[in-house]
Design a protein. Structure first.
Length: 264
């Protein structure tokens, strides 16, 4: 191997863009071994190993500042250990978020199965779902209730949390009443925030709808199906679940939702 390599050659060997190599140089993380007046940059063959190490540490979640500290204190095992522990905590937190998102995506995928068509009741074996209570001041005005919920959702989004679902809990006898809301919840990508049980693990009679969730036709289909199959309803509440992306559609008639009622 040649003693010195151009920035283009290094880029091809390491698969690191030249723009990133220049950025590392600018940040004082890795400077070319040789710079000529013509602004050409040349790296030594030994620096290839260092570049690979930087790429590996970046993939592991190290910041540029932490990489500088890591390389600058190779003999300080205590400091290196502390840096690695800090990165490990961040990685573990990211894993938790990804697992939570994965679970929600799998649920959404299952709901798209052919057996779960719009306005066709089905049985769902659901896990316990926890969330955050966001509707604390309930009024007789539906629009005001929804506005209060949206304000609380925005507060959590501003803190950097991803909203996975919106859930409204209503008494079954009030499902078709527009101005009747019991409680509003959200689930987020941070399991530690989801401290309230929204609905229990169990067997649910469910139906997918679109539009106003107080649609009498959808509600009648679900409860007629429950009665025809001799299912017993447990409790007095139903849950209406919304996907955050679905809420943002242009027309209310296009908003998808799911109604779930616990049965045995």
């Amino acid at each position: 191997m040649k003693k010195y390599l151009s920035i283009g050659e290094v880029s091809k060997i390491t698969n690191v863009p030249t723009s990133k190599l220049r950025f590392y140089d600018k940040e004082g993380l890795l400077s070319p071994k040789l710079k000529k007046e013509s602004r050409y940059r040349y790296y030594s063959s030994e620096q290839l190993i260092l570049i690979k190490k930087i790429v590996t540490l970046r993939n592991l979640g190290f910041t540029l500042k932490e990489i500088k500290e890591f390389f600058g204190n190779e003999k300080n095992e205590e400091k290196d250990s502390s840096l690695i522990k800090n990165v490990l905590v961040r990685v573990q937190e990211e894993i938790k978020k990804l697992k939570s998102i994965e679970k929600e995506l799998v649920t959404d995928l299952n709901k798209s199965m052919e057996s779960r068509k719009l306005r066709v009741p089905f049985i769902d074996e659901a896990e316990e779902k926890k969330g955050i209570w966001i509707l604390k001041e309930i009024t007789v005005d539906k629009e005001e209730n929804m506005l209060n919920m949206i304000k609380n959702v925005i507060k959590h989004e501003e803190k950097g949390y991803k909203i996975l679902s919106h859930i409204i809990r209503k008494k079954i006898e009030d499902l078709d009443k527009e101005n009747s809301l019991e409680n509003g919840y959200i689930t987020t990508d941070n399991p530690e925030l989801n401290n309230t049980v929204i609905f229990k693990k169990g067997r649910y009679a469910s139906i997918l709808g679109k539009g106003e969730f107080e649609d009498g036709t959808v509600i009648s289909k679900l409860f007629s199906w429950i009665k025809d199959n001799n299912f017993k309803i447990i409790g007095e509440y139903a849950n209406i679940i919304f996907n955050p992306e679905g809420i943002s559609v242009k027309s209310k008639k296009d908003v998808p939702y799911e109604i779930k009622v616990l049965i045995e």
